[in-house]
Design a binder for this molecule. Sequence first.
Ligand code: PLP
Length: 430
Amino acid sequence: MDLEYGKFFSSDVGSFMRSPVREIFKKVDLSAIYSFAGGYPDAATFPIEDIRRISAQVLEKYGAKALQYGATQGVTELREVIARRYGVPVENVQITTSSQQGIDVCTRVFVNPGDVVLTTAPTYLGALQSFKSYRAEIQTLEDFCLAVGRTTAPAGACRPRQGRGGTTSVVGSEEIGDFCDSAKISDSCDSPRGSSPGRKRPKFCYVIPDFQNPSGETMTLEEREKLVRMAREQDFLIVEDSPYRELRYSGEPVPTIYSLAPERTLHLGSFSKIFAPGFRLGWILGPVELLEQIYVCKQSLDLCPPILDQYMAAEFMGSGALDANLRRSIALYRAKRDKMLGLLEKYMPQSVSWTHPEGGLFLFVTLPEEIDTVALYDRALAAGVAYVAGSFFYPDGSHRNTMRLNFSFLDASRMEAGVKLLAEVVAGAR
Ligand SMILES: Cc1ncc(COP(=O)(O)O)c(C=O)c1O
């Protein structure tokens, strides 16, 4: 008998958004093509020997406790190690089963259907998936600034700043400057809190201040301070998603938004890019009152994060093995980033520009207006090269002439062949 399954689904299901990146993975064998599409770390950074040693140590030290259920907040040993590393009290640390869960749980705890969540444009696709699944109204920071009477938004928040030739110069600076020139946002908000009837107060603003996915851009201190000022004036929370923060290859670290506004920021961290994504471990730093609700919510999600993994992560981070591995990973990724920038310079047509990230795993490419990277995708795939169309990272699906490229996954020789091929596909699209 044929069942009509549709009637069983909840009304939320209609808001679920399929990840185009995961659809790509389903369609193609990544090892058979030159893939700049995923956000996969280089497998050479996975500390397999450390993991072998640490797993034996943990089982020796904790025995059955390492295989038992544990506290919903996470095991104390891991929370303590994270608290020490980031200079916060242990009660401000909640362990999550990946930072994707951190995003999801924050949305679930703070957002009713129809509530406004502010994001940058572009932004992380997995976050858009969460926001949509809870039926949030996604508004760009740019639009919000206009709505509250500001002429400018915090810059890292707007369009990626692109250039060629190893510069970080702004392309189309007049347009972007108008919106993103930090100097212009120093005046206090023209529209005091609550002065605009009918306008919904956002619940939170979601940002990835360090080496953003997809743009690779980093918010300056001034931009972070502006965002904090705006959050305080307009009374919304900030969700600072920072899985790439420790992967800096050049330039100086910028203080976290959490350090600037600990009273209204939830800082999400992840072991995925500094240990191994297969562990599915992350953390949230935040005010105890907010973490308390997140803790209750997480009870129904997974009872507790994986215990054995947490003990291993605690040992890896606490013993210094993480820092040693991070130094090797940073050296590897710095060389890959530099190689990628050099190859783009060498092969891409003059009309193409891209961002110059100081860290992370991605850069963002802008093609001439008339090239549609969604339409071009099948041709690229047939030629043997994959990217993610940039428009997928824009809440409104705009910017169809952009693409995100990952530079961590391919090794150097395959990277050259891949960029050459991609440049040929782009040149052929005109
Ligand atoms: C900005 C951002 N946040 C969160 C995640 C998810 O990370 P995790 O593996 O910790 O779930 C990613 C993964 O690529 C990401 O780019």
